[in-house]
Ligand binder design. Structure first.
Ligand code: SF4
Length: 330
């Protein structure tokens, strides 16, 4: 891999889920319906980068993360891991990829087995991947617990998840992901269930681990303030599409797309006069089954023009490294 080769490359990635038809639809031979969760997106994630995906719930960001990890298979498109065709991995190669690429889930309350103690939870991936003997595994568990700042580890290893605070539980979930020394992590809303006071601590821990473990992250969030704090580049998703992509700072401080501007308007600020480019948004998110023909944001956009109803805008570079899919900038 050369230094400019992305860790992850997704090309025209799609994931459609079939909708179970009613018997009446089958008899009438109505065409099958699909939820277009991820609908033709292309992006790269570079080494040591924290690449963010943001948008409202149901926009396809979590499905994108799971598809990249091959936890679900894409409908079409290509995926590359450090230049290798990821969709060709199977058997031992896929198992090795599962060691090198890990996920941290949103909910530390649900992602940890309540019947296991912290030692067993963090050690389990080592046993699954047959790494180390008993003593080596003990040493590795102690080290990773120290790395996630659960110190001293002997105060934690015999406890169960319900005996820990929310922040401590998320540190255990991070330790479990880190124990295999991965290169790539999908962090799916890792701080959204935590109290405000704990969020910054966990984000700072993730930054520290990025440097210590030379990690690359896909960071999924609906919170643009969090995205601005931690992400280097950011993609804004809506109904399975990327509508805007660029450095997190530019996307949030100088947004182009009406949808991004509307999301930013919704971020609470101590002084409402500070709000930039305030732009309203109409109605609710359209169903991902009945995606509009032209621009999929058309039904909610206050800037919509006639062309928007007919023609889907393509993601185009409008300033260096800053891409937007909107006819206003064509
Ligand atoms: Fe609005 Fe048209 Fe731009 Fe879509 S393409 S965001 S409808 S202005």
């Amino acid at each position: 891999m050369n230094s400019s080769e992305p860790v992850i490359r997704a090309v025209n990635l799609k994931k459609y889920f079939p909708v179970r038809g009613r018997i009446f639809d089958v008899i009438r031979r109505r065409p099958k319906l699909y939820v277009r969760a991820v609908d033709d997106i292309t992006f790269d994630i570079y080494e040591r980068e924290i690449f963010g995906l943001a948008g409202e719930s149901g926009c396809g960001k979590t499905t994108t993360g799971k598809t990249i990890l091959r936890l679900i298979e894409p409908t079409s498109g290509k995926l590359f891991f450090k230049g290798d065709d990821l969709l060709k991995y199977d058997g031992s190669k896929l198992k090795e990829f599962r060691r090198r690429a890990q996920i941290i889930f949103q909910d530390p309350y649900e992602s940890l087995n309540p019947r296991m103690n912290i030692y067993s939870i963090v050690e389990e991936p080592l046993r699954i991947h047959k790494i180390g003997d008993k003593n080596e595994r003990l040493e590795m568990v102690f080290k990773v617990l120290e790395d996630v700042e659960l110190k001293p580890p002997e105060n934690f290893i015999y406890r169960r998840p319900h005996e820990l605070s929310g922040g401590q539980r998320q540190r255990v979930a991070i330790a479990r992901a880190m124990i295999l020394n991965p290169e790539f992590i999908v962090a799916d809303e890792p701080v959204s269930m935590l109290d405000m006071s704990i969020r910054a601590e966990i984000l700072n821990l993730m930054l520290k681990l990025r440097d210590e473990y030379k990690l690359t992250y896909l960071f999924i969030t609906h919170d643009l303030a969090v995205a601005k704090y931690i992400c280097s580049r950011l993609g804004i998703m809506y109904l399975g599409k990327l509508l805007e992509l660029g450095s997190a700072e530019k996307v949030i401080d100088e947004p182009y797309h009406p949808y991004t501007r509307a999301l930013i308007s919704a971020i609470p600020t101590p002084d409402p006069r500070e709000k930039i480019g305030e732009i309203p948004i109409k109605g609710e998110v359209t169903s991902p089954i009945n995606v509009p023909k032209g621009c999929r944001f058309y039904p909610r956009c206050v800037r919509a023009m006639d062309i928007c109803k007919e023609k889907e805008p393509k993601l185009m570079e409008v300033s260096k490294g800053h891409f937007v899919a909107c006819h206003l900038y064509a």
